[in-house]
Design a protein around this ligand. Structure first.
Ligand SMILES: [Ca+2]
Ligand SMILES: [Ca+2]
Length: 398
């Protein structure tokens, strides 16, 4: 390989992010295999050594030695000291090609800066679990090996032979665990926060701004879906929260209560449904009840003992239910941004919007899986009549 080609390759290596941070709704998944990693590392180290020795040589070798070298490899033209001599030697070009030499010098400098940076990065993290060169099985593994590890981005092994950088929460993020020894080590797989500037909704979801709130809403009379990959990580627990808003006259679980043949695959609820796998396995449902205080079947099931509906067996008790309406009449057709859904706050007397202690849910799955988590907003009427919107989605697996 020619020096020019090596320099080009080095530039490419140092200028390109070979791996990406995967987080939340970032659909860009860039992985690199262990073999590729080891190969890149070995090549980096070899070239760092090579480049450093070349630079050392360039800086210290005497003009006499260079003259000898050039006279045997070049056309025997006059040589000068320093960089020009080095470049004319290495690239077999004449020192008169000043522009080329200046350009190559610039390239050379850029490569060195980036190699130094890479070298620092490699050396500083070499032996820690969850580092670039020592990826962990999962976040819990890191916490087990380093009980004082703090929350942040770590390298974990995803599908066999591949690693990916993910956010590990080392605290009891969802409050699912009693103590740090047992808790922590959750991998964040979804992180949408519409209060951040320029945050986008997943494809297909309506981006709505009203009363200073930016939200992601559904579509008329159906479920719309997005998925969050586990990056191949095996998990058996899911926790997280969704903070949402209500528009108009949502009807809770009325669709299922009216027709108990309605399956998990259709709009059995006005709300948000989390599932995994195919066929869908239920994780958690976020029900948007009609209002907080009436006792009809379109309100939250826990609002009153007089609730007469049968809940979908596929959701069991794994749900939150909330409404932003606090009066028992026809709510206005507007966005109710003054009272977020599923936050466990703003609950009026008689309401059960604290059922299951929102905002954080914790779910133990029946079996470990690597499935992506699917989020659907489901509505059974038009968005001129009702909508369910989310502002924040945070999901973790362990
Ligand atoms: Ca409805
Ligand atoms: Ca609330």
């Amino acid at each position: 390989m020619s020096y020019a080609a090596i320099f080009c390759l080095l530039l490419l290596l140092s200028a390109t992010s070979v791996v990406g941070t995967v987080d939340g709704n970032d659909s860009t998944t860039e992985c690199v295999s262990q073999e590729e990693l080891a190969s890149v590392k070995a090549e980096m180290e070899r070239r760092v050594d090579q480049l450093h020795s070349q630079l050392h040589y360039r800086q210290n070798v005497t003009v006499g030695i260079l003259k000898d070298h050039c006279s045997s490899t070049n056309t025997g033209g006059a040589v000068e000291t320093g960089d020009t001599v080095f470049m004319s030697t290495v690239f077999n070009i004449t020192q008169n090609d000043a522009d080329i030499i200046a350009y190559l010098e610039k390239v050379n400098q850029t490569i060195n800066e980036r190699l130094d940076s890479l070298e620092d990065s490699i050396n500083s993290n070499d032996n820690k679990a969850g580092s670039f060169l020592n990826p962990a099985h999962n976040c819990s593994h890191i916490l087990h090996q380093h009980p004082q590890a703090t929350s942040g981005h770590y390298w974990v092994q995803s599908s066999p032979g591949y690693v990916v950088k993910m956010f590990c929460d080392m605290e009891r993020v969802c409050g699912c665990d009693e103590g740090r020894g047992e808790g922590g080590g959750w991998v964040r797989v979804a992180n949408i926060n519409m209060t951040r500037p320029n945050e986008n909704c997943p494809a297909g979801f309506r981006k709505v701004t009203d009363s200073g709130k930016t939200m992601c809403g559904g579509q008329s009379s159906r479920c719309i879906s997005t998925t969050f990959s586990s990056q191949g990580l095996l998990y058996s627990r899911v926790c997280g929260k969704i903070i949402g808003y209500q528009f108009g006259r949502t009807n809770g679980l009325l669709q299922y209560i009216s027709d108990n043949t309605v399956s998990i695959d259709t709009s059995f609820v006005d709300g948000i449904v989390l599932t995994h796998g195919s066929p869908r396995a239920h994780i958690w449902t976020f029900v948007a009840g009609h209002d907080q205080i009436s006792t009809i079947n379109e309100d939250c099931p826990c609002n009153s003992n007089s609730f007469s509906g049968t809940l979908p067996p596929y959701i069991g008790n794994d749900y939150f239910c909330d409404s932003a309406h606090t009066v028992n009449n026809q709510p206005p057709l507007s966005y109710l941004t003054n009272d977020p859904l599923w936050d466990g706050a703003g609950c009026v007397s008689g309401s059960c919007c604290t059922f299951n202690s929102p905002p954080w849910f914790c779910k133990n799955l029946s079996a470990p899986t690597t499935d992506a988590i699917e989020l659907r907003i489901c509505l059974n009427d038009g968005i001129d009549d009702e909508d369910v919107l989310f502002e924040i989605v945070e999901l973790y697996v362990q």
